[in-house]
Design a protein. Sequence first.
Length: 335
Amino acid sequence: MENFELEDFQEATRVIREYIPRTQLRKSANLSNLLSAKIHLKLENQNVTGSFKIRGAIHSIKILKNIYDAFITASSGNHGSACAWALSRVNTVGKIYLPEKISEVKLEKLKKTECGLVFVDEVELAAKNAAEANKSKVKFLSPYNDLNIIRGQGSIGIEIFQQCPKVDAVFVTVGGGGLISGIAASLKLQKPSIKIYGCLPKNSPVMKESIQAGKIIEMDSKPTLSDGSAGGIEPGAITFDICKELVDEWVTVTEEEIEDAIYIAHKNDEQTIEGAAGVALASMIKKSTEIKGKFVVTVLCGGNIDEKIHSKILFDRKKVRKTKIIRSLEEPESF
């Protein structure tokens, strides 16, 4: 972990705390009883803008504000919303490059900010080119391939250890790897024995497949409810080596298992979570045999899910398709 010191994450936490409070770590009584473990949920779905992304955005923009005149990013989802919120609170300016096709819900949220919105086809390429053209004054904010972003996300690890020093294992969803890189590094600097599970949808397991191949690979992703973690990893991403070193085990889950997890979070813990958060919860349930008797934390990374999709999942699971894990929660003796 040559790129990180514990003090980096502690300082990032202090910077972030000026703007947002510590998120709750809640024990899930039902899941703890069912799985015979001490299950805790880190509620990043209740964070500002509805996801963990606000941490990296606030940290990066705050510490770089006096170096750059403006910031640029490319995102149609949680990272864009987080950057927009952070830019307004830190009182600086920026632009968000968006695809021409974007959901109305996300677009309306972004329109309420003071950020400039630029609609293009190749959003990330256009954003990078715009920043490069004036690189002495403009900073491109990557969603994951940036040490300051990773250190900001690592504040979650600082909080988890403060809230549950006995933690044995943590389940984290993986896309580009910024979230798990920060959490794994900050936790292992505090407690090296902690086991880190990297969780991915079977329809888009790019980081897992890349680690197994020994290099970042290109692969097609199938549609997934975990749209926040889907897609490729840019060449040379620093998260690849961090994940290779610090992630202890990889878990993949099906779309059905993700839907189960979304239903379980709502029914048992009254939490609305998006598909990416469902991936981590489903992975934890899948590893129930391994975690018996242990203190376990699952990071619910976000709660931004379309209301129609969420309602359909709840209806299907309640009325139509009761899977084994759903039945076991309603009839524990059947598990």
